[in-house]
Write a protein that binds this ligand. Structure first.
Ligand code: AHG
Ligand code: MN
Ligand code: MN
Ligand code: MN
Length: 330
């Protein structure tokens, strides 16, 4: 008999059965993140109609003017997770310090990092935005989680994922055994398996970099971009949305490379290691791609600060390996 549609809950249960030691705590966390995603998606889809657009008259630790949807999404992620008893602390782009779990709730053995709303500059102009998350097992002892739980290398992540609020809303995640994508059917409020075992093509056809920064690029970056643009046997196209999640998701499916390198004025680039680069690097490796800061694997970087930035070059193996060759010449 034909297997019916697989919703996220069924898929998580089937995955859980493959791991005899699994306790089901993971499943609860991922389902709660998916729940928050549905709520955020609903707001995003009517953003023009309710008072959710525009600035929140506040700034975050990066000095970025917070959008109302940044703050809203941040709140929904916290509310979906803080009571589960599976988490002992959280960290968010929108919160300067770690988010403690209220005393009234039990604590669990996981910590979660997230970028609640990625691509904020695109909210008011109706371009795809997203949510990014990563889950670690705590390493600290004691009742509450603490900062050291968050300063683990990305290679210690036990799960990573993102939601892209685009022409449809998709939930894409890995628990270290491949990457799977689910599309929200808003008529039934369920994420349905639509992209099983996603693999990024060995080489791409998409070059994704903000060319407005050209004058700040190092010679190696300029040479690499020129090389890619002149590959005879393959014509690349340039695509840059300005939402990491959307640029990443397109390249994951079609192949290519996304670069937000460091430059003369921002040697560490713009993207944050904990809740942007690491979860995406975890996903891309699970899908057969690569992620580097230009010298080392993103997942091997030992974080020193919650909000530290890193150059991020991520995508198909051929293009990222080629980039590394250019960087070695420097
Ligand atoms: P966020 O909205 O969470 O602060 O992230 C924005 C990031 C990322 O989504 C995107 O790739 C990058 O900013 C775009 O930066 P530029 O506008 O400088 O190209
Ligand atoms: Mn931001
Ligand atoms: Mn972001
Ligand atoms: Mn953000």
């Amino acid at each position: 008999m034909e297997k019916g549609v697989t919703n996220l809950s069924r898929f998580l249960l089937e995955e859980q059965r493959k791991h005899p030691e699994a306790t089901g705590e993971f499943t609860i966390l991922l389902e709660q993140i998916a729940f928050a995603a549905k709520i955020i998606s609903s707001e995003v889809n009517k953003a023009g109609l309710v008072n959710i657009l525009g600035k929140n008259e506040s700034t975050n630790v990066h000095g970025e003017e917070q959008q109302k949807l940044d703050v809203y999404a941040n709140r929904k992620m916290i509310e979906a997770l803080d009571h589960t008893g599976k988490v002992c602390a959280m960290a968010s782009e929108e919160e300067e310090d770690i988010i403690e779990i209220p005393d009234k709730y039990p604590k669990g053995k996981y910590v979660i990092v997230f970028d609640p709303l990625d691509g904020s500059s695109n909210i008011d102009v109706n371009i795809s935005i997203g949510t990014i998350f990563g889950i670690y097992k705590r390493i600290s002892e004691g009742f509450n989680g603490c900062r050291e739980d968050f300063l683990q290398e990305g290679n210690k992540l036990v799960a990573s994922g993102y939601v892209v609020y685009g022409s449809s809303t998709m939930f894409v995640y890995t628990t270290g055994v491949g990457v799977n994508g689910f599309t929200l059917d808003p008529s039934i409020g369920e994420f349905l398996l639509s992209h099983e075992n996603i693999r990024i093509p060995e080489h791409g056809k998409i070059l994704s970099i903000n060319e407005a920064n050209y004058h700040r690029w190092t010679p190696e970056i300029r040479d690499f971009v020129e090389y890619i643009k002149n590959i005879k046997e393959r014509k690349y196209t340039s695509r840059y949305i300005g939402s990491l999640v959307a640029d990443f998701h397109r390249n994951l499916l079609k192949g290519g490379i996304f670069l937000y390198p460091g430059d003369k004025s921002n040697p560490e680039g713009k993207l944050r290691l904990l809740y942007e680069a690491n979860p995406m690097a975890h996903i891309i490796e699970q899908a057969g791609g690569m992620a580097t800061d230009g010298h080392k694997n993103i997942l091997d970087i030992k974080p020193e600060k919650l909000h530290q930035k890193t150059p991020l070059i991520i995508g198909s193996r051929f293009e990222v390996e080629t980039y590394l060759k250019y960087m070695k010449k420097s």
